[in-house]
Design a protein around this ligand. Structure first.
Ligand code: C2E
Ligand code: MG
Ligand code: MG
Length: 325
């Protein structure tokens, strides 16, 4: 009875605290499957089942790749490739995101350094790594990032840390202090705005000028709805103007259609990523994309030469997707 009451109490806390929940058997089953998943995650971290995929980020003026966002996947021995949407929330809740996030950061920086060492023309390429709320509030985060940069020998300017705006706003003063410490390492900071958080709670664009970030990321929730009506289009327009006034560069996420791409280009959005340009790729496929040898199948994909760069992207990317089940 105590065990079951405890499960119901945690459910009530998760539902926003000032409420009650009555225990039923499905709660016990769910608690069991979460515990099972936590055990499997611990084992998976140790045995290297978590792998990093890389999604190209493209300069919308030149159509060239300027970097990648690293996105984790769980290569589960029985379930196959598991999406981060399924395991990141539990990893955050259990604190496992801290060791997992450190591994992702280390691997992403190591991989970027390896790509950069192929040719000097790639020395400006950046790697964007997502930081969860829990990681962001770790007191030794700055030391961890500095340690990874030193170990992998990556230029700090090539590392971009992505933080969600709603997380920053929950504890704005401490967050700004942490961001300033990260900036002092020389890394870039990108703050992501999501329509789901927009205008709720602490989330407010009026705080943006206080943040020492030089990139603003527009989440897919905005981009996917911008064609629907004028109101959504105007919101994206306003965000891009605001970012420009604050001297921040804008990255739009989740570009799926040629129409979205051309609207974003018209609005002066600096960079973009999305399935239209490329899905997240394995390290091997992403590396092949960077192969700048003329005649390589990937060379023209993001080459600005020619007026139909986007058409070329589509053709080449469908080819790459074949490599990426
Ligand atoms: P996010 O940081 O907003 O990442 C973008 C998500 O949108 C990725 O999903 C990406 O695959 C997906 N995406 C990109 N372009 C398109 C598109 O054109 N259409 C559609 N439908 N989706 C697109 P993914 O990889 O499933 O990651 C989901 C979320 O999980 C990420 O959202 C991020 O919040 C979290 N996440 C992923 N990797 C990591 C990580 O290494 N650490 C942490 N802390 N969180 C991560
Ligand atoms: Mg991200
Ligand atoms: Mg997003």
């Amino acid at each position: 009875m105590l065990r079951d009451a405890d499960i119901a109490m945690y459910r009530a806390k998760a539902a926003g605290k000032a409420c009650y929940q009555t225990f039923d058997r499905t709660m016990h089953e769910q608690a069991n499957s979460r515990l099972q998943m936590e055990i499997e995650m611990r084992r998976g971290i140790e045995s290297g089942e978590f792998i990093v995929y890389y999604q190209p980020i493209v300069n919308l003026e030149t159509d060239r790749i300027i970097g990648f966002e690293s996105l984790v996947r769980w290569n589960h021995p029985e379930r196959g490739v598991v999406s981060p949407v399924e395991f990141i929330p539990l990893a955050e809740e259990t604190g496992l995101i801290v060791p997992l996030g450190l591994r992702i950061l280390r691997e992403s920086c190591r991989q970027m350094r390896e790509w950069q060492s192929l040719t000097s023309s790639l020395s400006e390429l950046t790697i964007s790594v997502n930081l969860s709320c829990k990681q962001f509030s770790q007191p030794d985060l700055v030391e961890q990032v500095a340690g990874v940069l030193a170990k992998t020998n990556l230029d700090p300017r090539c590392l971009k840390l992505e933080i969600t705006e709603s997380h920053v706003m929950e504890n704005s003063q401490a967050a700004v202090a942490m961001m300033n410490r990260l900036v002092s390492l020389g890394v870039e900071l990108s703050v992501e705005l999501s329509l789901d958080d927009f205008g709720t709670g602490y989330s407010s664009m009026s705080y943006l000028h206080r943040l020492p970030a030089n990139f603003l990321k527009i989440d897919r929730s905005f981009v996917s709805r911008m064609i629907e009506n004028d109101e959504n289009y105007n919101i994206v327009h306003t965000i891009i103007r605001l970012a420009q006034n604050l001297k921040m560069k804008v990255i739009a996420e989740g570009i799926e259609t040629a129409e979205q791409l051309s609207q974003l280009k018209k609005l002066g959005c600096d960079c973009g990523q999305g399935y239209l340009l490329s899905k997240p790729l394995t390290a091997e496929a992403a590396g092949a994309l960077l192969d700048s040898r003329e005649g390589s199948p990937y060379w023209q994909a993001f080459n600005p030469a020619g007026n139909n760069a986007v058409t070329k992207c589509k053709v080449e990317v469908s080819y790459i997707s074949d490599l990426n089940p």
